[in-house]
Design a protein. Structure first.
Length: 566
């Protein structure tokens, strides 16, 4: 038996490990307790630096210890020379490299390294750039390192052209590098700026990027990195803030303004001028809340809108890009006036393409269709076909677009709701673009809609038909439709109408053959004081005992229910 190694049993090994963990925990707790005490007493010495180093070497995400370590270095600056501090910071960088080797995706470590480099008397930015290169060779998708690289590039004043070449090299070595594609989207506006183009990138450079992305997804159609970048390339330029339309209603003594972007009444510089005189009044949202909305309401002072003469009304808004405005004339004897930008409607949901870009996108569409023939079940190819068709001509390609979206729905069932809502959005966009100029009626019936989008483009609509669709609720902000007088939403599956609030011109609501099961669901209509006709035939709530009395008590403004006076 002598000379033979004793083999521990499993139970003995577990007990030994337990005791070892307990011992380490005791030491860890003692050290942290000691450090909290020293920090409380503002002790910034070598012992504190050493103890925090030991703790952070085992737990690099202990943020309090990194903050204490910063305090120690700041205290050292009072007594030590620049050369001494340079060496201390150099040692700190070496310590951080050790931490990163064990935890290369630690927010705290990378943040602390930024702080150290900013505090060093003589930082070596080129060395940091080489360090980033090494970490990105190890893990090309380490976005913490990519963030740090951008920090280093800014501090070192490295030309964006060099970084663009670096991103190209990374993509060429591995197309599946989303961080590098993303970095590219930030660099291109700096290298090839053009504020007139979508994404702020000069068109020639942008078209070359289409070719790069196409090479990537033809090489590996199932990798999503290049597809996402391609979607960014197809994005439309963000529109500047503007006053899209106005509605002045004499009986309500108010003005409704719709903006291209959300705006807050309490912070916006808005002015209303009537017949050359600035009018003092109150701006508020349709719901009366202090929130950002696309639609704001201005209450005129009493008796401001006289009926015996024309009223010239001009609204201005001070924006970052300058003063924008819109005006209208409320004619004598007229109860209301509408003012809209008729030139905008045809380009609301598409970009105006140059000949060069139109040609490139058409070629890409054909290429993606070829890829779809080779890879019929690749959802990224199909989705790109849809986006390209929308960019080129959404109306002409409407039928094909919807067929492709149906294909996506069957291929990617987990995102079925996303695709059906996408179809709804496309159909609404096309209907709005094709609506007759100057009309205030919008027919969205029988389109299979599962959602209602772009309400900000419907604010002057007087009559809206949502019948014969697949809507399950009207919880979206329908209150944006402040001019709406008639709403038809028959033959859907609507269970809730929470968005139908504070619409003073709404006179009739038809919700026949839906799934409203409780009278309480209709409560939002109580704030629409002009609603006098309500159609609910075919809803479960109609068969409930005491339904008519509930309507009379909850909605006293209703005079006609399901065709009968109440």
């Amino acid at each position: 038996m002598h000379g033979r190694l004793k083999v521990k049993t499993t139970a003995e090994q577990q007990e030994a490990k337990r005791k070892e963990r307990e011992e380490k925990l005791k030491k860890y707790q003692a050290a942290t307790g000691r450090l909290f005490e020293k920090r409380k007493n503002a002790e910034h010495d070598g012992e504190a630096l050493d103890l925090t180093g030991r703790i952070l070497a085992h737990n690099s995400d202990f943020l309090s210890m990194w903050n204490y370590r910063k305090e120690i270095f700041q205290a050292f600056h009072k007594d030590k020379s620049a050369d001494e501090m340079q060496q201390l910071y150099q040692d700190e960088l070496s310590f951080l490299e050790t931490c990163l080797k064990s935890n290369p995706k630690s927010y705290s470590v990378w943040e602390h390294r930024c702080w150290v480099m900013d505090c060093m008397p003589q930082p070596n930015w080129q060395r940091e750039l080489l360090l980033c290169n090494k970490f990105l060779e190890y893990d090309e998708r380490n976005f913490h390192c990519w963030d740090y690289r951008r920090f280093v590039v800014r501090r070192a004043n490295i030309p964006p052209q060099e970084e663009l070449k670096f991103s190209t090299d990374k993509i060429s070595s591995n197309f599946s590098n989303y961080s590098s594609w993303h970095y590219r989207s930030k660099l291109l506006p700096l290298v090839h700026p053009d504020t007139e183009q979508p994404q702020g990138v000069e068109e020639t450079a942008l078209l070359q990027e289409h070719e790069l992305a196409q090479n990537a997804f033809f090489t590996d159609p199932n990798d999503q990195s290049a597809w996402f970048y391609h979607r960014w390339l197809l994005g439309r330029a963000e529109r500047d803030q503007s006053i899209r339309c106005l509605h002045v209603c004499r009986p309500l003594n108010r003005l409704t303004a719709t903006f291209s972007k959300h705006i807050k009444a309490t912070t916006a510089t808005l002015n209303v001028v009537k017949d050359g005189q600035v009018i003092t009044g109150r701006w508020h949202t349709p719901r009366g809340t202090d929130t950002y909305e696309q639609v704001l309401i201005f209450d005129f002072p009493e008796h401001s809108l006289q009926s015996d003469s024309d009223q010239h009304i001009h609204v201005t808004l001070d924006t970052d890009s300058g003063l924008v405005g819109r005006e209208c004339v409320l004619g004598a004897g007229h109860s209301e006036v509408f003012s809209r930008d008729t030139t905008e409607s045809k380009e609301l949901f598409r970009s105006e393409l140059s000949v060069a870009k139109s040609s490139v996108l058409q070629q890409e569409l054909e290429s993606c269709q070829q890829l779809h023939e080779l890879e019929p079940d690749n959802k990224w190819a199909i989705l790109s076909i849809v986006l390209l068709m929308r960019a080129i001509d959404p109306v002409t390609y409407q039928e094909q677009t919807l067929q492709y979206v149906d294909k996506l729905t069957s291929l990617d069932s987990y995102r079925r709701n996303y695709y059906t809502d996408l179809s709804s959005r496309f159909l609404i966009e096309n209907t709005v673009m094709q609506s007759e100029e100057g009309t205030n009626k919008l027919d969205l019936s029988g389109k299979g809609l599962t959602c209602v989008r772009h309400l900000g483009h419907m604010t002057l609509v007087v009559q809206l038909d949502l019948s014969n669709n697949r809507l399950t609720s009207l919880d979206v902000p329908v209150y944006m439709l402040q001019c709406l007088k008639l709403l038809l939403a028959d033959n859907n599956s609507i269970e809730s109408i929470a968005g139908l609030t504070n619409m003073p011109l709404l006179g009739r609501v038809s919700l026949r053959n839906n799934r409203i099961s409780k009278a309480q669901v209709l409560a939002p209509l109580s704030s629409c004081t002009n609603v006098s006709v309500l159609d609910l035939e075919g809803n479960p709530v109609c068969s409930m005992e005491g339904f008519n009395s509930d309507i009379r008590s909850g909605l006293p403004q209703i005079k006609v229910l399901d065709g009968s006076k109440i």
